[in-house]
Design a protein around this ligand. Structure first.
Ligand SMILES: [Zn+2]
Ligand SMILES: [Zn+2]
Length: 365
């Protein structure tokens, strides 16, 4: 990098850091501040994790426009995260996972009010805890064919017939009454289930949602069409699709948890006298790798087997395995998943394994 450019960046960096420390409320210039990797900033900036999805019909042209507008304008507000948008030919609409600077939360919500014609009335799912390290280095807005991956051809119009959305309160009361006499499907991947799940939930023994939809056929095969089928996922979008799929097959009483485990977590936090029917951690795909709903730890360290639910990434970039590792093993293994990866980093072995999608979260249960 040329020396004057380096000086310019250094000057702005110092100005911004000083402006934060002198005045905690002041918003620094987004273009430079937010593009800096957050781990280099000594700031107490807090972010609110928020998510929402909306299955709506958008034309391809509108999707292309929205991609550019949202990325530019939300980045300027300091929002980081990942947004998917898709046109109506597939599972169309928007699926957002963002970390929003706390002081910009109202601004961002009113910003989306301006898109009512596109996304309808948005129902936000806020994270349970704020974070100062969102682990998204910037905002990425990506165009996809479908908001969730699925083998079957499903259009946005097909999804108009939604399963019955139960509020966390109704969900809690119906599940409490039914107890074991309940057909309850955890529509997430098997590793998400292992970090935390609802009592009596059936685990989908799959690594992808596409495989989960296949498995649904087998699981409901012998059930009468009028039976109650309960299902839940992290934020609701997977059940919006899977529930519709079952309704189309003739199952009339499909009920999903509105807002998913995230919304249930808020309900339990606000109603502490009620015993949580969900035990453990709600796994999330952002930098937090999950937030605890209860203090139960259901997983173990990948190396020593001690009780632990801290998810980490192998620092060998060719491996990048997600796995559970306790602090002792982390320092012993130098943040790697195996002796092999440790040796690769030391430069004494060549990396031998191919990246395998199914290894994304190593077995820790
Ligand atoms: Zn360990
Ligand atoms: Zn590794």
């Amino acid at each position: 990098m040329p020396f004057p450019a380096l000086l310019f960046m250094l000057k702005h960096f110092i100005q911004n850091v000083i402006s934060i420390s002198r005045n905690g409320k002041k918003t620094p210039q987004p273009s430079i501040y937010y593009n800096f990797p957050r781990r280099f900033l000594f700031t107490s900036q807090k972010f609110k994790p928020i998510a929402f999805y909306s299955i709506v019909a958008l034309t391809e042209t509108r999707v292309a426009t929205l991609r550019n507008v949202l990325e530019k304008e939300l980045s300027a507000l300091g929002v980081v995260g990942r947004i998917y948008i898709a046109p109506e030919q597939g599972i169309g609409g928007i699926n957002c996972q963002m970390a929003v600077p706390i002081e910009k939360l109202d601004t961002v919500k009113s910003y989306f009010d301006g898109f009512k014609n596109d996304f309808g009335q948005i129902e936000y799912n806020e994270g349970i805890e704020d974070t100062s390290s969102p682990n998204f280095s910037k905002l990425r807005v990506l165009v996809k064919n479908n908001l969730v991956s699925i083998r079957q051809h499903v259009t946005t119009q097909d999804l108009a017939v939604q399963p019955h959305h139960l509020t966390p309160e109704d969900w809690h009361s119906q599940l409490s009454q039914k107890n074991e006499d309940l057909f309850l499907l955890d529509m997430r991947n098997q590793y998400e289930y292992h970090f935390g799940h609802f009592k009596h939930a059936i685990k989908m023994d799959v690594d992808t949602f596409r495989d989960g939809i296949q498995l649904l056929d087998e699981l409901v095969a012998n059930r009468p069409k009028g039976d109650d089928i309960y299902m839940y996922c992290t934020g609701g979008i997977r059940c919006s699709v899977a529930g519709t799929y079952l309704k189309k097959k003739g199952y009339e009483n499909v009920k999903m948890l509105k807002g998913g485990i995230t919304a249930y977590g808020h309900y339990i936090k606000e109603n502490q006298e009620k015993p949580s029917l969900f035990k453990g951690k709600n796994f999330t795909f952002d930098g937090r790798r999950g937030e605890p709903i209860t203090n139960d730890v259901l997983t173990q360290c990948y190396h020593c087997g001690s009780s632990c639910d801290h998810v980490t990434n192998c620092v060998n970039n060719k491996c990048h395995l997600l796995f559970v590792q306790c602090e002792t093993c982390k320092s012993k293994m130098k943040h790697t998943c195996s002796d092999h990866c440790h040796n690769v980093l030391k430069g004494i072995e060549e990396y031998k394994l191919d990246y395998d999608y199914h290894r994304q979260v190593a077995k820790a249960w």
